[in-house]
Design a protein around this ligand. Sequence first.
Ligand code: ADP
Length: 425
Amino acid sequence: MPLIGCIADDFTGATDLASMLVRGGARTVQTIGVPEHLLDLEGADALVVALKSRNLAPAEAVAQSLRALEWLRAQGCRQFYFKYCSTFDSTAEGNIGPVADALLDALGSDFTVACPALPDNRRSVFNGYLFANDVLLNESGMQDHPLTPMRDANLLRVLQPQTRRRVGLIDYRTLRAGVEATRARIAALRADGIGIAISDAIDNSDLDVLGAACADLPLVTAGSGLALGLAAHWRASGELGGGQDAGRLEQPWGRQAILSGSCSRATLGQIEQARAAFPAFRLEAAELMARGDALVAEALAWSAEHGQRGPVLIYASSAPDEVRRVQEAFGGQVVGERIEAALAAIAKGLVEGQGVGQLLVAGGETSGAVVGVLGVEGLRIGPSIDPGVPWTQTLGQAGRPLSLALKSGNFGSADFMVKAWGMLA
Ligand code: ADP
């Protein structure tokens, strides 16, 4: 039975958490939404359901999260983890508070912690204040976020209006005093009628203490960092079967391809390196708008010819001024969706018609379109290529599992697309 069932409020956040669990030694399966079909979850220590609930209306986010909880309970998970962003992305209405409230109610529990800290990425919580890249959250750039502007770094003040429970604090002094002191603090907060405690964490050792102190809570809520602390506790108590092999995947097979619809700066740099190393086909946006499926067919014919020996690269990614030009000509959303659909159709053609068994996709929305067209419901999480971007293998597909690396825009080092292939075999 899985030790933990996780509900993540967005797709790349789910992958980040899943790769953290693997790093901690837990064999992990990630699903895309609540799966409709039966998946082979044999041997999984952790399950992560990826939702897209961060920016939904609170009632809808709650409904989706409860459906995920129900599925995770049916798989036998004994503890639950609500995962949100390490910058605590939320509005005065939610969705962190409402989802945490609903999950606690459903689990019949009166207490949980809230800890977005991810010290490896310089997100820390000190006396209840969240720091991002070493400055207060509201000075980190997050104050200008288009959907969830964070104008207060004090997480007690941020969370209180979102929840009907009282919010309290587990401070770093308590954590530094150890696991027993932290458990005692949790008991005292509970006795005081506190329902959700923001927890400090300045470095990973604080997360280890918190993880051990929270091991018996039915629900934790956190960024991906707390997974390290929980996994350390499971390792210490001998509950993990995977160990070093937690990220082991089946032998990869088939041809290799890279598809990119991300125009983020990091991706553009990665494409430069990939173009120097592999045959490349540029899917030009204006040409796609004019020629449509004919250009998709041309890209597939090109790949059939060039994909014999190593990876091929097919990309729509362009520099900002070019993106602006096509967006002005055709409308940003229209172009974006047309490119996503084209890359998804190419992915289908490569996998179903050309024996591609290893596929790297750059772009969050682009990845969503590709897994959608391929009907992927579940992914076994393998070794990380770079932080937050693991190789994965599909579950529940007909035939052999497809190896997939799904990279959101700004992730990965400059040589990501080149080095990834050596890390799968
Ligand atoms: P990221 O993770 O970098 O944000 P996404 O795939 O989520 O990448 O989003 C990139 C969006 O830009 C997609 O909708 C994609 O179709 C679109 N796009 C890709 N190439 C171009 C281009 N050359 N011109 C305009 N839009 C583009």
